[in-house]
Design a protein. Structure first.
Ligand SMILES: Cc1cc2nc3c(=O)[nH]c(=O)nc-3n(C[C@H](O)[C@H](O)[C@H](O)COP(=O)(O)O)c2cc1C
Length: 117
């Protein structure tokens, strides 16, 4: 299983780094392609939207996505907390493995590790 992720300000990057997972791909432009199943790890963007690069990536690669991990900020975006993730779930019908408050907790990290096994 691949771990595909998007990170703009480093929170998601930090969690991915802690997983020590070999098979990762960072979404930089949205034009990347994958030919294997993956878990998507994304942040949430302005007013509860999916980051545009992630949206573009999913248009081409959505069928290989098997689960979702979302990182949001409940202090700064309380009314749209994880709304981008909810949009992805609705459109692609994938299970949510974890919804993190920014970098998440040690328990979140364990949940993610188990799911990746
Ligand atoms: C412009 C902007 C808009 C954001 N909008 C939301 C939002 O609507 N909902 C949410 O839960 N988090 C929102 N966030 C918070 C980020 O998703 C959160 O900080 C996340 O951990 C960032 O991950 P990253 O550091 O890997 O980029 C927003 C952050 C920024 C900078």
């Amino acid at each position: 299983m691949k771990l595909v992720y998007a990170s703009r300000t480093g929170n998601v990057q930090s969690v991915v780094d802690q997983l020590n997972y070999a098979n990762t791909l960072k979404i930089e432009t949205g034009k990347e392609t994958v030919n294997e199943d993956y878990i998507l790890f994304t942040y949430n963007d302005g007013n509860g939207i999916v980051p545009p690069t992630v949206e573009e990536f999913l248009k081409n690669n959505g069928s290989h996505m098997k689960g979702l991990i979302s990182s949001g900020n409940p202090e700064r975006h309380p009314t749209t907390y994880h709304f981008g993730a909810d949009i992805i779930v609705k459109e692609y019908n994938v299970p949510v493995i974890a919804k993190l408050d920014r970098k998440g907790t040690p328990e979140d990290l364990e949940t993610i590790k188990k799911a990746l096994k």
